[in-house]
Design a protein around this ligand. Sequence first.
Ligand SMILES: [Zn+2]
Ligand SMILES: [Zn+2]
Length: 262
Amino acid sequence: MRISVLASGSGGNATVVEAGGTCVLVDCGISYRQLVTRMKPLGLEPDRIGAVLLTHEHDDHVKGLEVFLRRHRVPVLATPGTLEAMQTAPSGAEPLASGRQVRVGAIAALPVQTSHDAREPVGFVLECKGRRLGLVTDTGVFTELLTERLSGCHVLLIECNHDRDLLRVGPYPWPLKQRIASRTGHLSNEQACAAIERLAHSRLETVVGMHLSQTNNRPEMVERELAAVLVGSGVRLTVASQHRALVVDAGGPTSRTDAGSD
Ligand SMILES: [Zn+2]
Ligand SMILES: [Zn+2]
């Protein structure tokens, strides 16, 4: 399994997951040009994407979708609420329901409801041949349901949106600060660390901090706080960026022969 986080943050989100010969794109919140530019050095071709999975309808997760679908006729999988809330919902999309696993080629995808100010948002657990990846961003709380469904993952991609103090003293207007910190906003570093502490187990290999605010967070703060939670565990830690792709080799079969670059 190989994960390429092409972009992560409020400026746009897109992650490619390759496993067992199947390649899926989770969210398409960057322009087509950017998508291709970031895929190319990784040896990824947009033609190989077999399906697009959407977490929710916010612009930073869908704004590149329309152009992508004009060039690549692949199925879009999203909850009915997400599809209804999209300005231009893709035709022939396949509805997802939280808790109901669907199969995309070799990858089994389980949508899990998140707590966010969108119509029907989800995160995903993606599984292929015993390798398990959890991807959760855009949630104001890490619920019991998320904890339960994301247990046993080898790789966790978890939102570390903001540092609570930086958000509090930062330049955002008060209503926006409240929205971000609310139960339907975004996870703070502290909340993410608490979630990871609950989810840590002996087979956890990699944790990626996702969807960092460029105003209310610092990558080095996220790394330091995650490292404190996972001290002595041998778990690999890294932080995804808005500006450059991050590749995680999650072991097991990929669709490639040169997997392993990291
Ligand atoms: Zn977002
Ligand atoms: Zn959102």
